[in-house]
Structure formats: structure tokens, C-alpha cells
Design a protein around this ligand. Structure first.
Ligand SMILES: [Zn+2]
Ligand SMILES: [Zn+2]
Length: 495
């Protein structure tokens, strides 16, 4: 799209001679707000706190333009140039390798675009990001908005109080809760506080599965509140709501929208993606706002910041059922890869597995790579033909997890895809090749966190079979032991 400027106002133009793509137009001051203008309330609901492409807005361009001319709609550059270096205003990408050019029909030029956020619609040098600058929609709230009846453990309650306080005071706060502590319940009081203060609140999480699982729980807890549930292809895309649950990708469509942003499982991404996630989070929250981070496994930098007092945080060191976390045991298993290439597994691994099969105890067995796991599968099926294996690209992934839950599979081999998010009530856990670099401290803590989840079966064995102990293994075990120690000290564990 091309614009001309007349009296400091942008007008779309089709003639190349007197117009420019938006990225080449220096500092655009939005026109002043005309208080007498009759704005469209549907457009207001759609655009408040957003940054959308024109393609995402089901209103005619002349109506959008008229709102802009009267100060209600803003146009920002989608791609911002610092000298010759492009930066994507939506996802924060600055890496030249993640930009490409194409002959663009909209501006008639060779147009630079961002490849990093293209799944949310293409942002190119001639793309305006459209936002709202008018009054904020009124939200009418019921007097008593929470229906949540559950009780909190002592550890959850302490964290819940800190979350409430952080939301009140617009602070940053990290909740470091062990796997199985019940971190969702810790949010309810904070959400209620935010809603009561007419604050707009969002829970963002990297995984669609989590959005789908959380949506009904939050709708049940806040039955009279509009809840928008956002993920790729969701129906609520244009719904204005005081409470939003979204994948972190969907945050890219928001701009200075939320008074409180809750980021779940911040560690679940590799560093590069985390950077664009951080950018999305910073853009989606208001300048004065609270941000709550939830994780079981903060990265090393964050752990350091917690220890040195630079980061405000609360730990929940104990699970809801008040039993300690299973501590991983380290077992040397020699050069297991070499054995695997001869279609064998180390004797101690085999006997670990056979013991479980004989005792009818379900188990998850983690492998560092699909190839190695698929080599192990036929070997193990000689003992028990119903053993299954699962990995990220497996089309039957969901079915296999279901069958495991229904106890139709005695033993499930897996890659790190099942390191988080899945709960089986009564399992033992083994890692084969725990020395592999894919098994970071946080991955190993998450994996160990699969065992002993239910109140009925709070114990489970966690065994790391290795061909040489790594620093990551040691740090993971230390983290688990320290959490158990803190749980004892704070009286959160029954002994
Ligand atoms: Zn273009
Ligand atoms: Zn981008």
C-alpha cells in the first residue's frame, strides 16, 4: 500500500509518482482526536489493544481511513528502518536473514517482508499496522465474578497472595512452582482482583493444548465474564474480552492491550524464539501493567537473578498432595548407542524395563533422538508386543497418549515431546542417554516431574541411565533436592 501526505495526514494512493510505502514516510503524527466524530463501536471493539493488518479488518478502507483522519485509528509502520537495517515492528525480528523481498502488487515495488512472523499474515515495507486511539470500550462486570470453589494448599496460597499483590501494584513477578504444584489455581484470585479493578487480563502460553485445556476451566470459574480463547484458527479472533487466553503467537496481534499479562511456561522455547516471545509480551502489555511469569524450570539466568535478589519471585516447592518430588537416581549404562547399533540394549536398562513389565507398573522411557528410539522399539517388543513409541511428528501421538492413560500401553517410549504437559497417574520414568545435550537441566527436571503426580500414587522411580554424568544432570538433581528441602523447611510436606 502507498500513501501520500497532505497537511500532515496520510491518504492511500495508487499513483507511484507522488506516494511512498509507509516504511519510507518519516514520523507520522496521528491527527488529533475529534470528540464530535461518531465512531463505529464495532470497529472500536475489534481494534482496541490490537495491531492488525488491513486484511484482518472486515471494514471498508474508507471507513478505517475516516476513523484515522478523526484521530480514532492509528497507522504504524510494519517494517521500521534504522538506516538500511529493517526491523519488524510486530515480532521484533532484526536479523537480515529473516527478511526476504518480493515483487509486491500493493506498492508496485520490490518489497521487503518479515519471514519470522509470516504465519500471522505478511508484514512488508508497505504494510501499515492498524490500531485504536479512541476511547476504550466499557466493560460491565457482575458484582461477584468468581465461582471458583476449590481450596489452595498452603504453598499455593502464599503464591496466590503474591500474584494478587503484583497485579494490584503493576509489578513483575515470577512464580516458580514445581511440576504438579497446581499453578493454575494460583491465578484465580489474581484474575478476580484484576477483573474487579476493570483491568484487562491475558494468560498466554506457548502451547495450543494448554489454551484448549484452560479455556473451559476459566469459563467455569468466571461464568459471567466474556473469555476470549485465541489460537491458530480460533473463532474468538475478533472478540473483545476482559479475560483472554492465548497462545504466545497470538500476542503478536496485540498492542498495549493488557493491564496484567500472565506468561505460562516461559522456558518452553529455545532462546531465539524466546526473544520474539519477549518482544510480543512487551508490546502486548500496557506501559503500566503487571506481568506474572509461571514456570517449573526457570533458566539459569533467571535462577541467578532470583538468588541475587534481582527478580521478585515466589516458589511453590511442594506438590498439592504434600509428598516430596521423586529424586532421580543416576545409573551408568555404558556405551548404549554402540550396543543399540548391534540391536541390543544395556543389561541394566533391560532389567529395569522387565521389572516394570512384570510388576504391571507403567513407565515412560525417554530417548534423546527418534532414530535411536526406533531402533530400541523392536528390541523391547520382543518382551512385550504392546509397547509403543511416540515423537513430535507422529500422527498418532494423541491416540497413543490416550491409550497410555487408559493403561492399554504398558510402556511408552518417547522423545522430549512428552517432557511436559502430560500427566499419567502412576508411572516410573527412565531416561536412556541422559548425557545427551538435548537433556538440559530444565528438560530433566520436567521429565522427573512426570513421576508421582497423583495423590493415590505420590511415589515413582526416576532413573537417568547415562554414559557419563553431565553438569545438567547434576544441576537438575540438585534443583529437585533443594525444592524438597525448602518444602520441608516451610512445612509444606508431610514426612
Ligand atoms: Zn509492498
Ligand atoms: Zn515479523
Amino acid at each position: 500500500m502507498r500513501f501520500t501526505i497532505k497537511d500532515g495526514i496520510l491518504f492511500s494512493s495508487n499513483t507511484i509518482e507522488d506516494s511512498l510505502p509507509i516504511s519510507q514516510i518519516p514520523a507520522i503524527q496521528p491527527p488529533p482526536l475529534n470528540p464530535d466524530y461518531q465512531y463505529n463501536r464495532k470497529l472500536q471493539l475489534l481494534l482496541t489493544g490490537k495491531q492488525l493488518l488491513l486484511d484482518d479488518i472486515p471494514f471498508p478502507l474508507n471507513e478505517i481511513q475516516s476513523h484515522y483522519e478523526n484521530g480514532y485509528v492509528t497507522y504504524r509502520q510494519g517494517i521500521v528502518y534504522k538506516g538500511k537495517q529493517p526491523a519488524c515492528a510486530r515480532c521484533g525480528n532484526k536479523d537480515p536473514q529473516w527478511f526476504a523481498s518480493y515483487p509486491c502488487a500493493r506498492c508496485g515495488e520490490t518489497c521487503r517482508y518479515c519471514r519470522q512472523c509470516i504465519m500471522m499474515g505478511r508484514i512488508s515495507a508497505c504494510t501499515p499496522l492498524v490500531g485504536w486511539n479512541g476511547p476504550v470500550p466499557d466493560t460491565i462486570l457482575p458484582a461477584n465474578n468468581s465461582q471458583w470453589q476449590g481450596t489452595l494448599s498452603q504453598g499455593q496460597l502464599e503464591a496466590s497472595n503474591r500474584v494478587v499483590e503484583a497485579i494490584h501494584q503493576n509489578q513483575d513477578h515470577l512464580v516458580w512452582a514445581v511440576c504438579g504444584a497446581g499453578k493454575t489455581e494460583v491465578l484465580f484470585a489474581g484474575i478476580e482482583t484484576a477483573l474487579a479493578a476493570k483491568k484487562r487480563i491475558c494468560i498466554a502460553t506457548p502451547r495450543t493444548d494448554v489454551v484448549l485445556e484452560l479455556t473451559p476451566r476459566l469459563k467455569a470459574a468466571f461464568p459471567e465474564i466474556t473469555v476470549a480463547s485465541l489460537y491458530g484458527g480460533s473463532e474468538d479472533r475478533h472478540l473483545f474480552a476482559p479475560l483472554t487466553i492465548a497462545t504466545t503467537h497470538q500476542l503478536l496481534r496485540f498492542y498495549q492491550a493488557f493491564d496484567a499479562l500472565i506468561l505460562d511456561e516461559v522456558d518452553a522455547f529455545p532462546y531465539t524464539v524466546e526473544e520474539s516471545l519477549q518482544h510480543a509480551a512487551i508490546q502486548a502489555r500496557k506501559q503500566v501493567s503487571a506481568i506474572i511469569y509461571l514456570t517449573a524450570t526457570p533458566n539459569e539466568k533467571w535462577q541467578r537473578e532470583c538468588r541475587s535478589g534481582k527478580r521478585a519471585f515466589t516458589t511453590i516447592p511442594a506438590r498439592f498432595h504434600r509428598h516430596p518430588l521423586p529424586v532421580p537416581e543416576f545409573v551408568w549404562c555404558g556405551n548404549w548407542q554402540k550396543r543399540l547399533h548391534k540391536d541390543m540394549l544395556p543389561a541394566n536398562v533391560l532389567s529395569w524395563i522387565n521389572e516394570r513389565l512384570q510388576a504391571n507398573k507403567q513407565a515412560l522411557v525417554f530417548f534423546p533422538h527418534i532414530r535411536l528410539m526406533e531402533k530400541a522399539l523392536p528390541i523391547l517388543r520382543q518382551f512385550e508386543p504392546t509397547i509403543e513409541a511416540v515423537h513430535a511428528e507422529d500422527p498418532d501421538r494423541k491416540e497413543k497418549v490416550q491409550k497410555m492413560r487408559a493403561k492399554e500401553i504398558p510402556l511408552l517410549l518417547t522423545t522430549t515431546i512428552l517432557e511436559r504437559g502430560v500427566t499419567f497417574p502412576n508411572i516410573d520414568v527412565a531416561v536412556i542417554g541422559a548425557e545427551d545435550s538435548i537433556f538440559t537441566e530444565s528438560a530433566l527436571v520436567q521429565i522427573a516431574g512426570r513421576a508421582g503426580r497423583s495423590k493415590e500414587h505420590p511415589n515413582g522411580m526416576v532413573t537417568f541411565f547415562h554414559y557419563g554424568k553431565t553438569e545438567e544432570m547434576i544441576k537438575a538433581r540438585r534443583q529437585i533436592i533443594e525444592m524438597n528441602r525448602e518444602g520441608v523447611k516451610r512445612g509444606l510436606l508431610d514426612r
